[in-house]
Ligand binder design. Structure first.
Ligand SMILES: [Cu+2]
Length: 479
């Protein structure tokens, strides 16, 4: 015990600024590329199936005298939400959200945490019953981990279920500093599942010409599952009649009603762990509130491509802005002479966070900001762009889109709302193609945006085909 105490004391000393910003602490464990499973995670104490975190890596660990040792570092990351849209976020080990930390109930874990951010941080283990000194709150339970510093978290985990870790600095959370943590049960659960997925929900407010999200904003135009927006989210691959679990974690600013098409599911767990069966609730939509986690389970008895998505309408789209209407009326982007005015931002000068330059993302009430009254009203004249220039039929290269706007569209109040926000004309199938999208209808990607993915319940033949493609693509460890 005294050894451990001195170890911790050394770690605290390092945390007081022993390293300079930007220096890299030697990694005890080689890091694997995002998306590739760690070989350490193929088996669990309860013999459960491998947990899949689509689009998110798992954090490797090594054993040190019976302690599972993880290397975790906070750092700026560039996260590609969809092809062509990359944000400057803060995350862990090169990804935002951070990688999955997975352990077994009863494990002792040591998380060697390094701060590669330009400001202090601490890491909170949300929902875990750890010693107070390990709880990760600056100046309440521990000193700050300064830039370049290190802190060693170590505790024994006697819980099971779906949890997460996050910076305990609010605005750091909004830049992406959260990650999932799953504890596999000592005793198998009453229902064994054949597929076990985990999805972290996040949201960002980012102007089109600025890769840094505005953490002050209260409304969001980029919504993500495991750091990806639809259609770049990877579909969940399920064989017909399998039992499926999906773990949902929300550590953002908004609540998200996650809805599954085609099935009723049981809510079998919360951020408090597995629930007794008498508490299970049958639903098809679960409101995943901020700081909550839910486990849902269902039997995939219906073949098909079934949507899984947040049902808040604004969370089912990408890059919402006030220019959408005018953009569809003529060729190009005539709504405004600059990106700022196109977003409905006021033209007066002043600080970015001043009253008149508020973070409205162009969707405020018009006061006090002087916004451009450009959207949602009948505009008169002809709808001059029956389809966006250059758009082609999905899967039919060279064939232009047919007219998708009525001739009198500009006289109809309310037009256009999302005429060009979703639909086959927005398809980017090739750009997001991967083994998991094999066999989807041409144009599928045009109908998947924001917090959306597909649960693909496949025939054995189609399931095996995709597994073969995944194997060829180097995802052999995933099921
Ligand atoms: Cu939502």
């Amino acid at each position: 015990m005294s050894n451990r105490r001195s170890f911790l004391q050394q770690a605290l000393a390092l945390g007081a600024g022993g390293l300079t910003l930007g220096s890299r602490v030697a990694e005890a464990v080689p890091l694997r590329a995002p998306g590739l499973p760690s070989p350490s995670h193929s088996a669990t104490a309860s013999g459960a199936v491998a947990l899949q975190t689509p689009d998110l890596p798992k954090l490797p660990w090594r054993l040190d005298n019976g302690v599972k040792v993880f290397q975790l570092r906070a750092e700026p990351v560039r996260q590609e939400l969809i092809p062509g849209k990359t944000l400057d976020l803060w995350g862990f080990n090169g990804t935002s959200p951070g990688p999955l930390i997975e352990a077994n109930q009863g494990d002792r874990v040591r998380i060697v945490f390094d701060n590669h951010l330009p400001e202090p941080i601490s890491i909170h283990w949300h929902g875990l019953e750890v010693p107070n000194a390990m709880d990760g709150v600056i100046s309440i339970t521990q000193p700050p981990v300064l830039p370049g510093g290190r802190f060693i978290y170590e505790f024994t985990l006697d819980q099971e279920g779906t949890y997460f870790y996050h910076s305990h600095m609010a605005m750091q959370e909004m830049l992406g500093l959260i990650g999932p943590l799953v504890l596999q049960p000592r005793q198998p659960y009453s229902t064994q599942v054949d597929q076990d997925f985990l999805i972290v929900l996040q949201e960002y407010a980012a102007l089109p010409n600025n890769p840094v999200p505005n953490t002050m904003n209260m409304e969001f135009n980029w919504l993500t599952f495991n750091g990806k927006s639809g259609p770049a989210t990877t579909p969940l691959i399920v064989r017909h009649n399998q039992r499926v679990k999906i773990r949902l974690i929300n550590m953002g600013m908004d609540h998200h009603p996650i809805h599954l098409h085609g099935f009723q599911f049981w809510i079998t767990g919360t951020e408090g762990g597995r629930q007794p069966e008498s508490n299970w609730v049958r639903r098809n939509t679960v409101l995943v509130g901020v700081a909550q986690a839910y486990d849902i389970e269902f039997d995939a008895i219906h073949l098909g491509e079934w949507m899984l998505h947040c049902h808040l309408p604004h969370h089912m789209m990408n890059q919402m802005s006030s220019t959408v209407g005018p953009m569809t009326r003529t060729h190009g982007m005539p709504a405004a002479s600059s990106m700022e005015s196109g977003m409905g931002m006021p033209e007066e000068g002043g600080a970015a966070l001043s009253d008149s330059y508020g973070a409205s993302l162009g969707r405020g009430m018009g006061l006090p900001a002087r916004e451009h009254p450009v959207t949602n009203g009948p505009q008169g004249g002809q709808a001059t762009s029956p389809s966006m220039p250059g758009m082609q039929m999905p899967g039919q290269a060279g064939k232009p889109m047919p007219a998708s706007i009525a001739a009198n569209a500009n006289q109809v109040p309310g037009f256009p709302q999302d005429a060009y926000m979703e639909g086959p004309m927005m398809a980017m199938d090739e750009a997001v193609a991967k083994p998991e999208t094999y066999g989807l209808q041409p144009g599928w990607s045009g109908s998947i945006q924001g917090m959306m993915t597909i649960v693909r319940v496949l025939s054995p033949e189609r399931y095996d085909k995709i597994q073969q493609l995944r194997s060829q693509a180097g995802k052999a460890g995933q099921q």
